[in-house]
Design a binder for this molecule. Structure first.
Ligand code: FE
Length: 132
C-alpha cells in the first residue's frame, strides 16, 4: 500500500494553479483537446501534480482520440484507487491517486491490449518527467 498523505484545502490552494486545484481536489474535468498532454509524445514518467507519486509511463500511453491523455495501465495498480462515480447521469469509474487522493480522471473498458483498459486522465492532474 502507498503511504497516504493528507493536506488541507488551503495547502492545495497554495500549491496548485486554480485549474489544477479544481480538477484534482474538486473532481473537475478539463475540456477535451485543451490539456498539455493529450497530443504530447515525450518519453518518460507522468507524476501526480499534487504529490509527485509516479502514476503512468509514456510506454503505456496511446492515441485514444478522446482529447485526453490515455494510458492502458498505471505504473503499478497500487498507485491508483478506483471508485464508482454516478454523477452526470452516468455510471463511471473514477481514478484517484492512492497517495494523496487527487482526482485524476476515469477508467473505461474500451482500451487496447494487453489490458483492454483506457485510463482517461486530465493533463492538469499530471506532471511529466523526461526519461534521462
Ligand atoms: Fe497524488
Amino acid at each position: 500500500m502507498e503511504e497516504k498523505i493528507e493536506k488541507n484545502e488551503s495547502y492545495w490552494k497554495k500549491e496548485l494553479t486554480p485549474e489544477e486545484y479544481h480538477i484534482t481536489r474538486e473532481k473537475g474535468t478539463e475540456r477535451a483537446f485543451t490539456g498539455k498532454y493529450w497530443d504530447f509524445h515525450g518519453k518518460g514518467l507522468y507524476r501526480c501534480i499534487c504529490c509527485g507519486s509516479e502514476l503512468f509511463d509514456s510506454e503505456t500511453k496511446f492515441e485514444s482520440g478522446s482529447g485526453w491523455p490515455s494510458f492502458f495501465t498505471p505504473v503499478d495498480d497500487s498507485k491508483v484507487e478506483e471508485e464508482r462515480d454516478s454523477t452526470f447521469g452516468m455510471i463511471r469509474t473514477e481514478v484517484k491517486c492512492s497517495k494523496c487522493g487527487a482526482h485524476l480522471g476515469h477508467v473505461f473498458d474500451d482500451g487496447p491490449k494487453p489490458t483492454g483498459l483506457r485510463y482517461c486522465i486530465n493533463s492538469a492532474a499530471l506532471k511529466f518527467e523526461e526519461k534521462k
